[in-house]
Design a protein around this ligand. Structure first.
Ligand code: SAM
Length: 286
């Protein structure tokens, strides 16, 4: 457990992931019924971009800094609104210093009836999260292995919601764990929306992952990938992807509408592109 998200908070991959999460949460809020977001690898919640670790890599300068306080046209502004407004809430004086991670972002967007379960295995990050949400009856913070939660914590009692699986991708076998964890969870909670993050670094592993998903019994699988540059000659994080199971019917279209602004703000060379396609689209369940 060497991974520390503070080095990467607010980078291009966070921006892409968090925009997608806010579009899904926004859709879930269209109905009055309560929902729950289960964040299996939650991190520490709120990141201080002035801290040495964040300054050292400066990754956020190539990510969130390209969106904060930028003028966007009306269409982009409205699709980005839940995320941009959350950023403004945590940076009220107009200077970008704090970056809200997934549990903080989601919590900020919940209505009174909605709930968050945030799971974190790292002792220090868990403790930070626990203190951050102390006394918040809408948030449940757990010190657990997030992979186990895919069996034990679904379906949520609300029977509606999003399961976000955002592992660090620093250990072998994480693609395989994503597929097996997902299969297990979908069997228990077939109607849930699932969002799985993955790194685009080992291109063959990504292709294998997509083949495994296609061969699984799971359907309604949307792939969204943001590649910020042409493939690097030596392995490097060239992009990141999100696999969405049961996406809101609006999501593929919204991400297509956002593609130009995402590529313009985050793309680093002519090889940058956004993949937005269905791995499986049939309405069949496991
Ligand atoms: N979801 C966060 C966000 O979007 O702001 C970022 C999470 S970061 C990429 C991955 C987190 O997973 C790290 O905080 C790490 O400590 C934690 N982690 C690693 N292995 C875990 C496990 N088996 N169960 C739960 N958390 C784990």
């Amino acid at each position: 457990m060497n991974y520390r998200h503070i080095y990467h908070a607010g980078n291009f991959a966070d921006v892409f992931k968090h925009i997608i999460v806010t579009r899904i949460v926004d859709y879930l809020k269209r109905k009055p019924q309560a929902f729950r977001v289960i964040d299996t690898h939650a991190g520490s919640g709120l990141y201080d971009l002035e801290r040495e670790e964040a300054q050292k890599t400066g990754e956020w300068r190539h990510g969130v800094a390209r969106f904060f306080n930028q003028p966007f046209d009306e269409k982009n502004r409205s699709l980005l609104a839940p995320w941009l407004e959350t950023l403004q809430h945590f940076n009220p004086d107009g200077a970008l210093r704090s970056y809200p991670g997934s549990p903080m972002l989601v919590r900020h967007l919940l209505r009174k009836q909605d709930r968050l379960t945030a799971i974190e295995l790292h002792e220090t990050d868990y403790e930070t999260l626990r203190q951050m949400f102390a006394g918040d009856y809408q948030a449940r913070i757990l010190h657990l292995d997030g992979w186990l939660a895919l069996g034990a914590h679904v379906p949520p009692k609300e029977k509606r919601g999003l399961v976000l699986v955002d592992p660090p991708f620093e250990e072998n076998g994480e693609f395989e764990r994503l597929v097996s964890g997902l299969e297990k969870a979908v069997r228990r909670f077939a109607g849930g929306v699932y969002a799985l993050w993955y790194a685009i670094k080992d291109y063959q592993a990504v292709e294998r992952f997509v083949r495994q998903l296609r061969a699984s019994g799971i359907t309604r699988i949307l792939r969204l990938e943001l590649r910020v540059r042409a493939p690097s000659p030596t392995p490097r994080l060239d992009g990141s992807g999100m696999i969405i199971i049961n996406p809101p019917y609006t999501l593929a279209q919204e991400m297509a509408a956002l593609a130009p602004v995402l590529l313009q703000q985050l793309g680093e060379d002519k090889g940058a592109n956004l993949v937005n396609d269905w791995i499986r689209s049939e309405e069949k369940t496991l």
